[in-house]
Design a protein around this ligand. Structure first.
Ligand code: F6P
Length: 317
């Protein structure tokens, strides 16, 4: 392989992974092109040459220097063919796609339908890529949310208030469970478990009688809206509530050491996997060992282990 291209989605650690890909490929004498704005850039042949210097000073930067988009055009076969034309015209021998489920689904289409050599790098705050223990960006998202939660706790305690805090994660409760446990929250509502607002409200009232006056419930966006949960708690308990929706703050910011190290390892490994001729797969971490998983499997729904964390949160309340 003489020339490869990289497509990125955005979350903390993506730039660090891009840096690793570019420098690992350069070390093997392989030229790298960066695709601007995700799959749209492949359709429009919007590419930039990336040498070692081009990725200087980005290891600590959030987002993606290549910019990104959710390409609606790439969903149609005609535009996919246009993207493949760009790959052929530019003599691109292989592709590395850094992103979550949507990006990896696109990668799988290019590899399986158009025989383009593609390797994915899982990067999403949701940590919902099947067969992968950790995606780039999840650890930073948890730490960003934790920092916010510690601040919210100060107010909750001082004013003896009930807070309902909504975190991201799409249809996965990974972030919510970790944040709830790390911040010492009283309850958590996640897609992986049924929830009972009556029971949650009873617990709050009982706690109140025992003298516990502040309460933080974490809600995963994939299960419920913080506003609805809060108004229901107020209706059932007669107590005042406040909501916080953390939203996109969790996706940006400087990556944690964990995410930077993961990005460095994934980027380097993805290049070596691609150069060895493996395709239609995604790099993965299992038991701290680098491995691969097929893209067909990676984009399936991931079942996370929720019970242990959930139980622990209830016991430690
Ligand atoms: O997949 C990452 C994520 O941040 C999810 O947690 C969230 O549901 C979604 O993306 C938000 O998407 P957008 O940035 O397009 O609003």
């Amino acid at each position: 392989m003489k020339k490869i291209a990289v497509i990125t989605r955005d979350c903390a650690g993506v730039n660090a992974a891009l840096r690793s890909v570019v420098r690992s490929a350069s070390a093997k004498g392989v030229e790298v092109l960066g695709v601007m704005r995700g799959y749209d850039g492949l359709i429009d042949a919007d590419l930039m040459s990336l040498d070692r210097r081009a990725v200087s000073g980005i290891i600590n930067r959030g987002g993606t220097i290549l910019k990104t988009s959710r390409s609606l055009r790439f969903k149609s076969a005609n535009w996919q063919k246009q993207a493949v034309m760009t790959i052929r015209d530019q003599r691109i021998d292989g592709l590395i796609v850094i992103g979550g489920n949507g990006s990896l689904t696109g990668a799988h289409i290019l590899a399986s339908r158009y025989s383009i050599p593609v390797v994915g790098i899982p990067a999403t705050i949701d940590n919902d890529v099947n067969g992968v223990t950790m995606t780039i960006g999840a650890d930073t998202a948890i730490n960003v949310a934790l920092d916010a939660l510690d601040k919210i706790r100060d107010t909750a305690t001082s004013l003896e208030r009930i807070f309902v805090v909504e975190v991201m994660g799409r249809n996965c409760g990974y972030i919510a469970l970790r944040v709830a446990l790390a911040a010492g929250c009283e309850d958590v509502i996640i897609p992986e478990r049924k929830f009972n607002l009556k029971k949650i409200s009873e617990n709050i009232v009982e706690g109140n009688i025992r003298g516990k006056r502040s309460w933080i419930t974490i809600v995963a966006e994939g299960k419920a809206k913080a506003s609805k949960v809060a108004s229901e708690i107020t209706r059932l308990t007669g107590l005042e509530t406040r909501i916080v929706v953390l939203g996109h703050v969790q996706r940006g910011g400087s990556p944690t050491a964990f995410d930077r190290i993961l990005a460095a390892r994934y980027g380097h490994f993805a290049v070596s996997v691609l150069l060895k001729g493996k395709t239609d797969c995604c790099v993965a971490l299992r038991n701290d060992q680098l491995t691969t998983v097929s893209l067909a499997k990676a984009i399936q729904k991931k079942d996370i282990e929720a019970s242990e964390y959930y139980r622990l949160i209830q016991i430690l309340t």
